[in-house]
Design a protein around this ligand. Structure first.
Ligand SMILES: Nc1ncnc2c1ncn2[C@@H]1O[C@H](COP(=O)(O)OP(=O)(O)OP(=O)(O)O)[C@@H](O)[C@H]1O
Ligand SMILES: [Mg+2]
Length: 264
């Protein structure tokens, strides 16, 4: 994989009179695993909302695989291969894990990821597509990659939190995305669960571009090829994990005097 998966040029966004993104420049190469870190309220999730089409930028440009997608809607971006981790609320609690994945595979094909149909229509869609080997295979691959085989036929709403988060990621994968934006994939997990999730993330992102927002710096340094630091709506540094650890401006603006491994 060569070229740029994602490029942001001078992206701004304000809420009311408050500027939250103040000219973000960011380039992520294809196949790269990039972590985005920064203090609470720095604008990380807002940035994902702008890239993912949930919010329009005030100014600036967003390019996906070289194509200007500024202001494009979420379902169009999904069709172009941009996947976002869904919050657990986006999981269909009353469908099985496998049906959730089939639905994601189906919606990914039709670019409807962000406009999931109501349950009634969903059943009609699922039964219409249920014999499509392509959809089945895609769901099955996600099931195996996220180690969800043992709960394939459990109702998603009955899963524990950590497993729901894995399903969440499975949904993004099954949709066929080549570029994944994951907002705090290990949030709420204990250390053991987080370490397991990081190992899975490493595997499932092997042939993809991954941009992840993460507060768990152990996870960041274990996973990321490069790290960008967002402070007050601007990227103040980008570098390898070692470079970021050593960066004085990063320490001053974000990490203070505390050793990084102690900050979560
Ligand atoms: N829809 C919104 N309307 C108004 N203000 C918002 C909205 N979304 C975010 N903000 C504000 O924008 C700022 C940045 O929020 P954002 O959620 O992007 O931060 P973050 O870096 O993801 O923080 P965290 O690490 O806590 O998740 C915050 O001050 C937040 O209150
Ligand atoms: Mg956030």
């Amino acid at each position: 994989m060569t070229g740029e998966a994602l490029r942001l040029e001078g992206v701004t966004r304000r809420f009311g009179s408050t500027p939250v993104l103040r000219g973000v420049d960011l380039t992520v190469r294809m196949g790269e695993r990039r972590a985005l870190i920064g203090p609470n309220g720095a604008g990380k999730s807002t940035l994902f909302n702008v890239v993912g089409g949930a919010l329009r930028p005030g100014s600036g440009r967003v390019l996906l695989a070289g194509r200007d997608v500024t202001g494009e809607r979420s379902h169009e971006l999904a069709r172009m291969g941009l996947g976002r981790s869904f919050q657990t609320t986006r999981i269909f609690a009353s469908l099985t894990v496998f049906d959730n994945l089939r639905c994601a595979a189906l919606c990914g094909r039709s670019g409807r990821q962000d406009r999931l149909p109501g349950l009634g229509r969903l059943f009609t869609l699922l039964s219409a597509w249920s014999r499509s080997p392509d959809i089945e295979e895609c769901a099955q691959r996600a099931l195996e990659a996220l180690e969800l085989n043992h709960v394939a036929f459990a109702l998603a709403g009955t899963l524990d939190y950590g497993t729901q988060r894995r399903l969440d990621l499975g949904i993004a994968l099954a949709s066929g995305a080549h570029t994944l934006l994951l907002d705090e994939p290990t949030a709420g997990m204990n250390r053991e669960e987080a370490a397991h999730a990081v190992a899975l993330l490493r595997e499932v992102s092997a042939d993809k571009t991954l941009v992840l927002i993460e507060h768990d710096l152990d996870a960041v340094f274990a996973l990321a090829d490069r790290v960008s630091v967002l402070v007050a709506g601007r990227v103040i540094a980008t570098g390898t994990p070692a470079e970021i650890r050593a960066d004085e401006a990063v320490r001053a603006a974000y990490l203070g005097a505390t050793p990084m491994r102690d900050r979560r």
